[in-house]
Design a protein. Structure first.
Length: 457
């Protein structure tokens, strides 16, 4: 502490000298140029010494935080912590090269632990290292997380883990998006609109002016025609997932328990989106959302229901029947169209027809099937029917992006609390998302829309 003590003494001496100069300045009728120069020079010295003191104090704090991080990540044998040998030195006495090595070692330990937990997933390992550093009190990690801390907010104190703060860097957003799109067909294929209001509407064009032939000379005015519009209304609904874990589990597996919560929440949210979009009945169980299958079961939209005429079982559906289904949608919906079926229906119908067609391709020689049929992607969603009897839906075909909107307000909000189940010693993780699904292009009783369902005859 010798250097910083010396600086404090210097600043005190400069301060006393500055006070004396100020007194002489006030007693004089007019200060001399020498007095003004002395005061200016002395003020500069005081500022310089103060800056050195702040720098040393910041360095000391950083070294102390790094040492705490090293202690926290030291190896354990059984339940006993192996303490590092104590050393009677001040952090300020550590040379810069040694301090740099301490910092590198601390970060290597954190990154190594995160990598082992995530089995080589570099992006999640980076997040895990930040979690370890921030949640165990390393100030530099806390500062780094706070600098990029936007969408994810804690309900408790974000500075102290003991107060329930949960620091989630926005590096997590791409990983969550990947998980959601891996499991969620609707978010990947529908038109996704991020909204700022919980409820509202967007305009939709319902008709356009038609062209007419005109002669010359034109003796009468050409009739003017207007485009017609209506609106698509939305009201986002919150869905929530609550997960409890013992405080011992969080302490023993800091990274993987939080990552597991996030991964399963993302998967369940994606499943909920798909289930509401395809099967929603408008009841509270689906947040009031009416999905594609219940909507097209209404006779008002019979033009969007295509029968596989002559097929009474899945095994009797032919390639020609699927061609008729694909030919039913309007031409404007062709680019971007996909097949939407469950995995079981894909195997029983689409893969069966492709295999029966024969012919060698690179993909078949490699032993894998390309998830396409007649050049159109096959999207697998496990909320769709896995079996079908006479008159029941087999799957969906068409352009989801033109037929429906998924409205999303904000992202996934994640909070952690150590207070809700304090008596039980449990940690509570809460994830919330708000969305709405609107299936607005449904066709009519005689004409198909951009999305159709196909049934067994």
């Amino acid at each position: 502490m010798g250097k910083i003590t010396e600086l404090y003494d210097q600043r005190a001496a400069f301060s006393a000298e500055l006070s004396a100069l100020r007194s002489s300045f006030e007693s004089a009728d007019e200060p001399s140029e020498e007095q003004v120069a002395s005061i200016s020079n002395l003020r500069g010295k005081v500022d310089s010494v103060t800056a050195q003191i702040h720098k040393i104090e910041a360095t000391r704090k950083q070294l102390e935080d790094m040492q705490a991080s090293i202690d926290a990540t030291a190896p354990r044998v059984g339940s006993a912590h192996i303490d590092a040998p104590t050393a009677s030195y001040s952090p300020l006495s550590i040379p810069r090269t040694v301090a740099s090595k301490i910092e590198r070692d601390a970060r290597t330990r954190m990154s190594g632990l995160a990598s082992r937990v995530y089995k080589g997933d570099a992006s999640l390992a980076t997040i895990g290292a930040q979690f370890i550093g921030a949640l165990r009190g390393e100030q530099s990690c806390i500062d780094a997380v706070q600098a990029s801390y936007h969408e994810f907010e804690a309900t408790q104190n974000t500075q102290q883990n003991s107060a329930g703060g949960f620091l989630v860097p926005d590096d997590l957003v791409p990983s969550l998006i990947d998980l959601r799109e891996q499991y969620g067909v609707i978010r990947r294929t529908a038109t996704v609109m991020n909204v700022t209001a919980p409820a509202g509407s967007i305009p939709r064009r319902t008709s356009r002016p038609s062209a007419t032939f005109v002669g010359e000379p034109r003796l009468a005015d050409v009739a003017a025609q207007d485009m017609a519009f209506d609106s698509i209304k939305y009201a986002v609904k919150p869905i929530m997932s609550i997960t409890e874990a013992s405080i011992e589990m969080e302490q023993d597996s800091l990274i993987n328990i939080s990552a597991l919560v996030f991964m399963h929440a993302a998967e369940d949210f994606a499943y909920t989106e798909d289930n509401c979009a395809f099967n929603g009945t408008g009841t509270s169980a689906f947040g009031g959302i009416v999905g594609i299958l219940p909507t097209l079961a209404n006779a008002l939209y019979a033009g969007s229901v295509i029968e596989t005429t002559g097929a009474t079982t899945l095994a009797t559906i032919t390639a020609g029947m699927l061609t008729n289904v694909a030919g039913a949608i309007p031409q404007y919906a062709d680019i971007g169209a996909s097949w939407f079926v469950s995995r079981a229906i894909n195997g029983a119908v689409i893969d069966r027809i492709k295999q029966a067609a024969g012919g060698n391709t690179v993909q078949l020689i490699e032993g894998r099937m390309v998830r396409q049929y007649n050049g159109y992607p096959v999207e697998i969603s496990q909320v769709l029917p896995t079996t079908a009897a006479t008159g029941e839906v087999v799957g969906v075909y068409g352009n989801m992006g033109m037929a429906a909107h998924l409205f999303s307000k904000g992202g996934i909000l994640m909070d952690r609390s150590a207070d809700a189940e304090f008596k039980k010693g449990h940690i509570v993780y809460r994830t919330i998302q708000r969305f709405d699904f609107v299936f607005h292009e449904r066709g009519s009783a005689t004409a198909a829309g951009p999305l159709v369902v196909f049934d067994l005859d």
